[in-house]
Design a protein around this ligand. Structure first.
Ligand code: ADP
Length: 248
């Protein structure tokens, strides 16, 4: 987020480098139940981002000192693969991945009925296979589908998207160039049934009016992503039902 570049991120006709208009999402693909050995899983592509999420649990919480006698805890590990970015990236956790794991777990805690599983742990693994800005949002979008696929009781599924500002324009779903050279990046996540925002961060600067416009854009886009999440789960379970029929 430098806010400075010779690149024209939005042209005079209001078209962005990847051909989108200001309020347009990148292409999104969501699949539920992609891994045989996880309790729940999902695969998400948002533009060039490719993300896989796997859920295990509820299972006995280890280490035991983390157990909570009143509810399950959600342990999340967000990891960017060493080959996920064009620059050289050291494999393994760093400060950024620790922060992202924490905010994703906190967002999920707002919807998962953790009180049903005292002393348990629900483990969520998010692997970023390919990154092009907005990976925390793609990761959270995938993780909530994976939790639903695992049959874990939740109040709702969480969609997430980043909004922001580049070349002085408020934009939806920033790509890498807009994230790197734009003026603001605001990832947000939503509980669609109540419109409650469960993740909101901000890097850079915007005016109050621009911020309001960005949030409005982001909330509307989250409702679009929500439909795709539900559709992925429907496809998963209608396929499972068909398999069940043919096995009889
Ligand atoms: P998000 O992916 O949620 O937008 P950031 O704003 O921190 O998170 O990162 C923006 C983008 O910058 C990432 O999606 C990725 O494309 C790139 N990026 C992040 N960390 C690294 C890194 N360590 N090395 C190379 N590129 C990175």
């Amino acid at each position: 987020m430098s806010g400075q570049s010779d690149l024209e991120l939005v042209n005079k006709k209001g078209i962005r480098l990847d051909g989108r208009k200001a309020g347009e999402l990148r292409n999104i693909k969501i699949e539920a139940g992609v891994l045989e050995n996880a309790d729940g899983s999902a695969y998400v592509e948002i533009g060039k981002n490719k993300v896989r999420a796997a859920v295990y649990g509820p299972r006995e919480c280890h280490p035991r000192h983390l157990q909570d006698p009143t509810k399950a805890i959600i342990q999340c590990k967000y990891n960017m693969m060493a080959f996920s970015v064009s620059d050289r990236k050291r494999p393994g956790p760093d400060r950024r991945s620790v922060e992202i794991s924490k905010i994703i777990a906190e967002a999920l805690e707002a919807v998962v009925l953790t009180e049903l599983y005292p002393r348990a742990s629900i483990d969520v693994y998010i692997e970023i296979l390919q990154a092009n800005a907005g990976t925390r949002c793609a990761g959270l979008t995938a993780a909530s589908v994976a939790l639903a696929d695992a049959g874990i009781p939740m109040k709702d599924i969480i969609p997430a998207v980043a909004v922001g500002k580049a070349d002085g324009k408020v934009l939806l779903d920033l790509n890498k160039e807009e994230d790197n050279f734009g003026q603001a990046d605001v990832p947000l996540a939503l509980i669609p049934k109540t419109n409650e925002i469960v993740l909101l961060q901000m890097d850079g600067n915007m005016t109050r009016d621009e911020f309001d416009k960005a949030i409005e854009m982001g909330v509307a886009a989250c409702h679009e992503i929500y439909e795709l999440q539900k559709d992925a789960l429907r496809r998963r379970y209608s396929a499972a039902l068909k398999d069940g029929d043919s096995n009889e």
